[in-house]
Design a protein around this ligand. Structure first.
Ligand SMILES: Nc1ncnc2c1ncn2[C@@H]1O[C@H](COP(=O)(O)OP(=O)(O)OP(=O)(O)O)[C@@H](O)[C@H]1O
Length: 605
């Protein structure tokens, strides 16, 4: 009942007029079969008299009238069934739309990204998405299915009343109990099966991933070049069987034995009722009409113990999407970082990582352990370190995508956790190492840097030029309005380096509209030598007066910075200008020389 109540609570999202119409159609559809049984029973009861009286007699006329009445009832059922389906579909789509909105807002609600890096929550998110995207057995179908139950249970009540009034209330009770017992058995199996599916969420997520890998255009290059088709097929089979084999066994266990038990019970009760009916009528205790009515009502009522295709699967599985969405929402709420409230200060002297400790959930060791780092405002600080040293994590903490577990990130002494997170982020222009390539026009891709100023066409043109996009734009008939996706009308695909310039322009656009901290994570990784040289030439100009954090493995870029920080073992290993660090002859100097030697070798060969 609790599960049904959860479905019923969706009513406001289905639209009241639609719900009223669907309830009315279901109520009529529930009563029509009862009316049909009554009419056909009356018809049977009148046959002997009509036959005796002849075709022209009033009795024959009455017989024809009842026949026409029962035909009309039958036709009404045929006409209303499609209306029930159509109204149910509209209601279902509305409720599913609400569920999608809820899922999307939960996903976008958290200021940080911790919920989206939590495996258990990703399972719930995946389950909710999968069910909603499939377009069937979603919460909408559950709601329409719940209303369809009204028709079935009205029928059961109608038949029980007919049996009770005409024959015996005990027999009516027996028929209802037998029917409901069988229903309970049916639904119990389904409920257990659905719980089992939820327990296998991680395994199912693996199969979805492999399915996606086999069909997604984004990975088509690698899967073909590496000849992964067979491997993928095998892994998919293994992953699928890993949860389907126990599921098959469990299904047999939860369906077969209860099915036999409940069927036996149902048959017993129904046979007893029919046996007493036979006995009573043989003693002349019932008229022909009554006997036909009780007989038909008993058989029709016991058939209601069977599965209801229009509601059982959907009321059982349909809410799984919302159960998962709710679990995801709870997880997001648990992870919800302090949103902060004070207005964001524009950094005036110092950004400080103040004895910061941080580790990812499930990580074996912390990424930072008492990291202490000062980043002077208006200057360029380069961050270097081996793979996994924590450079990108540093940016995530600065942007409050995660919060430190100990210590604090401070702007001019103010802990950024106390600052309104959205306003703080407006102070940042960031190119992430894995920046996003939006399927939108070039202008929109750039405008996302300061979305509230996306109509600043002059600004977009200016930053596009500064990021070195002028040559690319000259070759495109629609220029900045070219969609960046080959499958869109007039769309194109850019090369990796061209995309990197779009990302750079996006960050510069943020700076143009008030961001005072520019973060460049590997900004030249995809640029050709000429573009990289141009970037160096313009770097000082591009970053003048802006607090810049430059993360790069390319030491030629790094040496342009005012200060260089070497991260290692969860903290700062070395810090200073290029000259200072070369003089100190430590880790930075060694890495710099190693890269310079390899470059010189490359130039000589
Ligand atoms: N989402 C995550 N969940 C768990 N661990 C993570 C996650 N992201 C990064 N890590 C771990 O945190 C450590 C620091 O990662 P980070 O990406 O900050 O390194 P990096 O210095 O930027 O590396 P690279 O030079 O390879 O880009 C690594 O050990 C990595 O395995």
């Amino acid at each position: 009942m609790r599960a049904r109540w959860e479905i019923a609570k969706l009513t406001p999202h289905a639209g009241m007029p639609l719900v009223v119409a669907l309830v009315a159609v279901n109520a009529v559809l529930g009563l029509l079969p009862v009316a049909f049984v009554v009419q056909t029973s009356v018809l049977i009861g009148r046959i002997p008299d009509a036959v005796r009286s002849g075709v022209d007699s009033p009795a024959w006329g009455g017989l024809v009238a009842v026949f026409l009445g029962s035909t009309a009832v039958l036709l009404a059922q045929q006409v209303l069934a499609p209306a029930q389906f159509a109204l149910g579909e509209v209601v279902a789509r509305r409720v599913d739309g609400y569920a999608f909105d809820r899922l999307m807002s939960a996903s976008l609600r958290s200021p940080g990204i911790a919920p989206l890096e939590d495996a258990a929550l990703l399972d719930e998110l995946g389950e909710a998405k999968q069910r909603l995207e499939s377009g069937w057995q979603g919460p909408g179908d559950a709601y329409a299915g719940l209303l369809a139950l009204l028709a079935r249970y009205l029928q059961l009540v109608g038949f029980a009343v007919a049996i009770g009034v005409l024959f015996s209330w005990l027999a009516a009770l027996g028929v209802v109990v037998a029917t409901m017992t069988f229903r309970y058995g049916q639904r119990g199996g389904l409920r257990k099966y659905s719980n089992l599916l939820r327990r296998h969420l991680p395994d199912r997520r693996r199969t979805w991933y492999l399915r996606e890998l086999s069909t997604s255009a984004a990975v088509a290059k690698e899967t073909r070049v590496f000849g992964l088709a067979e491997w993928l097929g095998e892994r998919y089979r293994e992953a699928y069987l890993a949860w389907m084999v126990p599921t098959w066994a469990y299904r047999r266990q939860v369906y077969l034995a209860p099915y036999l038990r409940y069927t036996a019970f149902g048959l017993l009760v129904t046979s007893a009722v029919l046996g007493v009916l036979g006995l009573t009528s043989s003693r002349g205790g019932l008229t022909l009409t009554e006997m036909a009515l009780v007989l038909q009502a008993t058989i029709a009522a016991s058939r209601l113990g069977d599965a209801y295709p229009e509601s059982d699967m959907s009321t059982q599985f349909g809410m799984d999407a919302l159960t998962s969405a709710a679990a995801f929402e709870r997880g997001v709420a648990r992870h919800l970082d302090q949103p902060g409230s004070s207005s964001a200060p524009t950094p005036s002297s110092l950004l400080r990582f103040d004895r910061v400790g941080f580790g990812y959930p499930g990580g074996t060791r912390p990424v930072f352990d008492g990291l202490h780092l000062d980043i002077p405002v208006g200057k360029c600080t380069a961050v270097v370190g081996l793979n996994g040293a924590g450079k990108t994590t540093l940016v995530k903490l600065l942007a409050r995508l995660h919060d430190p577990t100990t210590g604090a990130v401070r702007v001019d002494g103010v802990d950024i956790r106390t600052v309104d997170v959205a306003r703080w982020r407006r102070q940042l222009g960031v190119i992430f190492q894995h920046y996003l390539r939006y399927e939108a026009t070039i202008a929109e891709n750039i405008g996302f840097g300061a979305v509230e100023h996306a109509d600043d066409r002059v600004g977009i043109e200016e930053v596009a030029r500064r990021a070195g996009l002028d040559e690319v734009l000259a070759g495109l008939p629609l220029g900045l309005d070219t969609p960046l996706a080959a499958h869109m009308r007039d769309g194109v695909d850019l090369s990796g380096g061209q995309w990197q310039r779009v990302a750079l322009a996006r960050a510069l656009f943020a700076v143009r509209h008030g961001a005072s901290v520019l973060v460049l994570d590997e900004p030249t990784a995809s640029l050709d030598v000429r573009a990289e040289a141009r970037f160096y030439d313009e770097f000082v100009d591009l970053t003048r007066g802006v607090t810049t954090i430059l993360i790069s493995h390319r030491f030629a870029t790094v040496r342009l910075a005012d200060q260089i920080v070497v991260l290692e073992d969860g903290g700062v290993l070395e810090q200073g200008s290029h000259q200072d660090l070369m003089r100190a002859d430590g880790r930075y100097a060694r890495l710099f020389r190693l890269q310079a030697d390899r470059f010189n070798e490359g130039m000589r060969s």
